[in-house]
Design a protein around this ligand. Structure first.
Ligand SMILES: Cc1ncc(COP(=O)(O)O)c(C=O)c1O
Length: 217
C-alpha cells in the first residue's frame, strides 16, 4: 500500500474502476466500433460550437470560442476525473500556483465545492475519524462528516482565521487520546460565516503542520 493509500477510507480502498471506464482507452480508438456502451454520435448533440463573452474591465470585448471538435469531445461520455484537456490545465495550474509537496499529487474536476467535499469525505473518512475545522464552519462539512460517521472538532480562530498553534495543540491532544485527526477543513479566504481570511504566514504554518501530520502517520 502506498503512503497516500493508507489515508483512504475503507470504502475507498475497496473501490475499483467501473467496467465502462476501463473500456474508455479502447473506445477512443477510431478503428473501434463498440456495441458495449451508448456513446452518442456527435452529430446528434444539440450544440455545435460555443462563443462566450466574458465580463471585462475595459471596452475590449473578450470572447472564448469553443470549436466543434472540442465541444463534441466535452459533451461525450468520458473519464471520471474530468474532461482531459481541462483537467490537464488544472493540474498544471495546481503545480504552478500551489506546488504541492507530494509529487504524486493529482487533481480531479467536480461540479462545485459541495460535490468535491462529499467526494473527499467519502475518499478519506471512516467512522470515528476526526475532522478538524474552524470554530464556526461551512454547514456542508458537518453533513459530510455526519454521513461518514466522523466527528468534527473545532479549532479556535481569531480575526485572522484558524490559529495554527491551536491546530497543533488539537492534533497532539487527539493523537495522545488515540484518535485519528484525518482531515483539516478550512475556508482560507472569505470564510463563511465569519468573513476572515488567513494571512500568508498562517497559510504556510497550517500547511506545514498538515504536511508534518501526514509524514508522521
Ligand atoms: C464555504 C462555502 N463552501 C461551499 C459553498 C457552496 O459551493 P458550491 O456551490 O460550489 O457547491 C458555499 C456557498 O455559499 C460556501 O460558502
Amino acid at each position: 500500500m502506498t503512503p497516500a493509500a493508507a489515508w483512504l477510507s475503507k470504502v475507498a480502498q475497496q473501490q475499483t474502476h467501473g467496467p465502462f471506464k476501463r473500456l474508455l482507452p479502447y473506445l477512443r480508438n477510431p478503428q473501434t466500433v463498440s456495441l458495449a456502451s451508448g456513446m452518442p454520435a456527435p452529430s446528434v448533440f444539440p450544440f455545435k460550437a460555443m462563443s462566450l463573452e466574458l465580463v471585462s474591465d475595459g471596452d475590449d470585448k473578450v470572447t472564448v470560442d469553443i470549436q466543434p471538435s472540442e465541444l463534441s469531445a466535452a459533451l461525450q461520455y468520458g473519464a471520471t476525473s474530468g474532461f482531459p484537456p481541462l483537467l490537464s490545465w488544472v493540474q498544471q495550474h495546481v503545480a504552478k500556483a500551489h506546488a504541492p509537496p507530494n509529487q504524486a499529487s493529482q487533481a480531479a474536476l467536480s461540479v462545485g465545492s459541495t460535490d468535491a467535499l462529499y467526494k473527499a469525505g467519502m475518499a478519506v473518512l471512516d467512522p470515528d475519524d476526526v475532522v478538524l475545522t474552524e470554530e464556526y464552519s461551512w454547514v456542508t462539512l458537518f453533513a459530510v462528516a455526519r454521513d461518514r460517521g466522523a466527528v468534527c472538532e473545532s479549532v479556535l480562530n481569531d480575526d485572522d482565521g484558524m490559529i495554527p498553534e491551536k491546530l497543533e495543540e488539537a492534533c497532539q491532544r487527539l493523537v495522545a487520546q488515540g484518535k485519528r485527526p484525518k482531515m483539516v477543513y478550512l475556508v482560507p479566504i472569505g470564510h463563511n460565516p465569519t468573513g476572515t481570511s488567513l494571512s500568508l504566514a498562517r497559510k504556510k504554518q497550517v500547511r506545514l503542520f498538515s504536511c508534518l501530520l501526514c509524514a508522521v502517520r
